[in-house]
Design a protein around this ligand. Structure first.
Ligand SMILES: [Zn+2]
Length: 512
């Protein structure tokens, strides 16, 4: 048995069979009924919206021997000829591959002969915008001397490329994107005829991803049939489209917005290991965020009719977010997705966007990156209660982070920046010793200056409950004061931690 793609198999056979485009079908049907149809039509619109199918039905209708209210009867010899593979009086030409002047000249020659078996000869020229300018001129001559038994139907996805001289001789119809409901109804009908059980939500998902092109929706559905091996479910459609789906997008985003970057990253890892495309993940994230934003402005019914899906199930989980935060997230993901094509590491592009969201601040420059990642770390630390009684070694890092954070808060940025490069080496009742790598001699020296020491004395009083002196020395230098207690594990510098957290991203952003 020969194979026929579903969209061909279920091509509309008459005007009543179309999904959407009601105004066009009504108008054409009326013209056929009253015999007022023209001799040249131009159908424009995006691909997959029924232009070629409409041209074929019109060709069939004008030739029908017994039209029913302008609609082809489907039973006469002419209609049957169309239904059984086409009529010799209907010539279809694809201007994408036959765009030369000779092709049109040949067509003109043939157009002089009377139709072989039908009332009208019909020429359907697809993608007519592809014709060369000399071919357009030849076509124009043909249109200027129309034969009463010839009908031209031109179809184009780019109306603006058609010369005005041609347009002025045609009746124009612009085909709209197919509305979701009409599309779902059509898909449901095909499922019934193919004897496939379906979930309506699965059809809605297909419609949503077809961009208003019914042909694409039908092709996507056919692909899903093949993968589903049974009923057409939301899950089978998601799988065949390589989609994450809204539930899993929600899992990914919810972690991010609640500050659980680790969880979100792990989730991302799982998703990627399933082979999901990064660009698709971006699309789904953006679609989800857009849904969240619109869900705040519209009631659910309007949202469903506008977007094609409901956000009712998810929106409460994000009610703590301000609209500006949602807008910022959309901006961050949108920008990142646009940078995707230029990125050598698409995964990193997505991860960076996620870090930005989790930290609720855009990464604008390399300097900012440091702050952003630190902030995330420090926020946690600031929120945790540190026992006040004694400065335990285990808490040194926490105190240190808090000290840095306070410096930043009080805009002591110079001291703050200097300290970033130091490692807390040891700490006792009265002092903290920092070690700097040899290349940071300037940092060491400046920390030891009175101005810095005064600031630090104030700050340590706030954080540790008493003034502590900060000693700074370079790695390998003789220590001037013996430390009372060694910090057991060498403490990472903030910059090192940043490098560890960010991995490749740090190198890319030249964090030194
Ligand atoms: Zn007929």
């Amino acid at each position: 048995m020969s194979y026929l793609a579903l969209y061909r198999k279920y091509r509309p056979q008459d005007f009543l069979d179309f999904a959407g485009q009601e105004e066009i079908t009504k108008s054409l049907q009326y013209q056929v009924k009253t015999g007022t149809f023209g001799h040249c039509y131009i159908f424009s619109g995006i691909r997959g919206t029924g232009k070629t199918s409409m041209a074929k039905v019109l060709a069939k209708a004008v030739n029908c021997l017994d039209p029913q209210e302008g609609n082809p009867c489907g039973r006469c010899t002419s209609c049957l000829m169309f239904q059984n593979g086409g009529s010799i009086d209907v010539v279809e030409m694809d201007a994408a591959s036959n765009n030369g002047v000779d092709d049109i000249r040949e067509l003109r020659e043939n157009a002089r002969f009377l139709p072989a078996t039908n009332k009208y000869k019909v020429y359907i020229i697809d993608e007519v915008q592809m014709l060369s300018s000399s071919a357009f001129n030849a076509l124009l001559k043909t249109l200027e001397e129309p034969s009463p038994s010839v009908l031209f139907i031109l179809a184009t996805t780019e109306l603006h490329k058609i010369p005005e001289t041609i347009l002025s001789r045609c009746m124009r119809y612009s085909f709209r994107r197919i509305q979701r409901d009409a599309m779902v109804a059509r898909l449901a009908k095909i499922c019934e005829m193919e004897d496939v059980a379906y979930e309506t939500a699965a059809l809605e998902l297909l419609a949503e991803h077809s961009g208003g092109a019914l042909r694409d929706a039908i092709s996507l559905m056919e692909k899903s049939f093949a993968m589903a091996r049974g009923d057409l479910t939301v899950q089978s459609v998601q799988e065949s489209l390589g989609l994450l789906g809204r539930d899993r997008t929600h899992e990914l985003l919810h972690g991010l917005f609640s500050g659980d970057l680790d969880g979100a990253m792990l989730h991302l890892g799982t998703v990627l290991s399933e082979g999901k495309e990064i660009s698709m993940i971006f699309t789904e994230i953006l679609s989800f965020l857009r849904g969240l934003l619109l869900a705040r402005l519209m009631d659910d019914r309007s949202l469903v009719s506008y977007l094609g899906f409901s956000m009712e199930k998810y929106k409460d989980s994000y009610s703590h977010l301000k609209e500006e935060e949602l807008l910022l997230a959309i901006k961050v993901f949108d920008e990142a997705s646009r940078n995707l094509r230029m990125s050598n590491l698409p995964r990193l592009t997505l991860e960076m966007a996620m870090v930005q969201i989790a930290t609720k601040r855009p990464i604008q420059a390399k300097v900012e990156v440091k702050k952003v990642v630190e902030k995330r770390q420090i926020q946690r630390i600031v929120e945790e209660e540190i026992p006040k009684e004694s400065v335990e070694l285990a808490n040194v890092q926490l105190y240190w982070e808090r000290l840095l954070e306070n410096l930043k808060k009080e805009r002591k940025m110079k001291v703050y920046a200097l300290l970033l490069e130091g490692i807390v080496d040891c700490i006792d009742e009265e002092s903290i010793r920092l070690i700097f790598r040899p290349e940071y001699k300037f940092h060491r020296d400046t920390i030891m200056e009175k101005e810095s020491q005064d600031i630090l004395a104030e700050m340590t009083k706030k954080v540790f409950g008493k003034r502590m002196q900060i000693f700074a020395s370079l790695e390998g230098e003789e220590k001037k004061n013996e430390p009372l207690e060694e910090v057991k594990e060498p403490t990472e510098t903030t910059a090192d931690r940043l490098r560890r957290l960010m991995g490749d991203a740090a190198d890319r952003l030249e964090i030194k």
